[in-house]
Design a protein around this ligand. Structure first.
Ligand code: TYD
Length: 208
């Protein structure tokens, strides 16, 4: 069996995935592994420009389908330009959000349906799914309270959605985890950061 290389970190706002991702990168580098850490939407020059359009809080009139297509467009560019080449070179790729964000936020949160969002994403990236996805599961009430404490964080168009929207997103993630238990590992992100990190590290070490 080939080793897993392509890892994605998913979950709601305020679940700590970005912080844990940085800790994991450090630890992997200490072990001498070649690691590429990246994020979505963004991760390459063009995709970061698309990010500005999608997340601009002033763009309140953006249609949900436009939003889903822009995430998929950014993903396509990011994938061919950065993720695929890194995987071909045998590097470990850690990506902060990927296709499951689109399935959960646009497919269920925005109500576009999983099938449609999946199909535009297949057009964008083909069948290349992450080898493993770590889902930081957290009650959105806790997540939103956490991000409100961090006033220096950029507030985007999705952060300001209702609690009901974020609850739908959480349920969608958990359903995806049930559907793909061999790919998606659920971590309890309500625990202290150090414990969350240890849980993630255990899962990753087993997979690498
Ligand atoms: P970001 O500031 O990176 O948030 P976070 O720290 O929570 O990851 O903003 C990304 C936002 O975009 C976040 O609210 C989730 C949303 N998103 C989607 O709705 N669909 C997607 O496909 C992706 C990648 C992100």
């Amino acid at each position: 069996m080939t080793n897993k290389l392509f890892f994605t970190f998913e979950g709601p706002e305020g679940a700590g995935k970005t912080t844990v991702l940085k800790l994991v990168v450090n630890k992997l580098q200490e072990e001498g592994r070649k690691v590429v850490a990246t994020r979505e939407p963004g991760g390459s020059v063009i995709a970061e420009e698309i990010r500005q359009v999608i997340l601009n809080p002033a763009h309140t009139e953006m249609d949900p389908k436009t939003e889903a297509l822009l995430y998929a467009a950014a993903r396509s560019q990011h994938f061919v330009e950065k993720i695929e080449p890194a995987l071909k070179q045998g590097k470990v790729v850690l990506c902060d959000r990927f296709i499951d964000s689109s399935l959960a936020y646009q497919g269920i949160g925005r109500g576009l349906g999983i099938a449609g969002v999946k199909s535009i994403n297949q057009f964008a990236i083909g069948d290349r799914m992450p080898d493993m996805t770590i889902l930081f599961d957290l009650n959105p009430e806790i997540g939103l309270a956490r991000i409100n404490e961090h006033k220096d964080r950029e507030v985007n168009r999705l952060d300001v959605e209702s609690l009901t929207f974020h609850e739908r997103v959480r349920d969608a993630y958990l359903k995806l985890a049930e559907e793909f238990p061999e790919r998606i590992q659920v971590i309890d992100a309500s625990q202290p950061l150090e414990v969350v990190f240890q849980d993630v590290w255990k899962v990753l070490k087993n997979a690498l």
